[in-house]
Design a protein around this ligand. Sequence first.
Ligand code: PBG
Length: 331
Amino acid sequence: MSAQFPVVRPRRLRRAPALRRMVAETRLDPADLVLPMFVKEGVGEPQPVPSMPGVFQHTRDSLRKAAHEAAEAGVGGLILFGVPAVKDGVGSAADDPDGIVQLALRDLASDLGSGPDAATVVMTDLCLDEYTDHGHCGILTPAGEIDNDATLERYASIAVAQAEAGAAVVGPSGMMDGQVAAIRTALDGAGHADVAILAYSVKYASAYYGPFREAAECAPRFGDRSTHQQDPANAEESIREVLLDIDEGADMVMVKPAGAYLDIVRRVRDTVRVPVAAYQVSGEYAMVEAAAERGWIDRDRTIMESLTSIRRAGADMILTYWATEAARRLA
Ligand code: PBG
């Protein structure tokens, strides 16, 4: 009896690649991908990061080359992390005009153009953990606690140093209260009203940052980051954080990590009216690379599926260590 057979057949739209492509709800575009890059002071050769195969601590020269390749592949932006040769209690190298990130920014401005002529968006991570000898994201009180408000003054100064060196966007990642307002005021006061802020508004105290701490040489010497980063158990708190940052002047907000927090990406996307970024962090990268190396997972498909899922969850931009490779594959 023909009545037992389905009239409605969702499979009709899945059978042919051209049909699947036409009805796809989510598309990845190289312009939405941002490549995080590490640049290390005082090394003659790029240093491979063992826990992140394919990722390097760049020299100034190898950074220029990799940035050029990313721009050529159509990657939307780059975000720079510096690894200084000398660290101290207040992270002096972070706002030194000749600090490693500031030098790299000038290199990239001359290679890739700046302002309206820029070939890609050059951004900076704005934090202290890579620059302090204790590895914390702020400066410490004598009792060894992070001094929120004294740290804001440091962030303000770093923002200005990065802007003067050519950063188009600064990305405060330290989760200090009031950091966006402090940075916005400092930038405007120094004549950098055009420099945008990508706020790491939602940043969880996550085990997925493990490999990054090797890449950026910033593991805390004592304690952890749970006094300022969020509890993975909380979601409402993330909405509070993004709304606060937007009030303080954030132009774009970020959720980090991405993969284990897709519900948060979706909630944030549904709540705010600014662009939302998601950071596919070092641990997400390392897990796929490690499983692929053992032949346990199809590396390329997993990469593209993970990026599509982050986009589908609502991220407008994705920070990913696979940005150049994924952009080439999409071309
Ligand atoms: C802090 C910062 C971290 C990451 C980006 N910015 C580390 C941390 O908070 O411990 C992690 C990125 C990654 O894991 O890929 N400057």
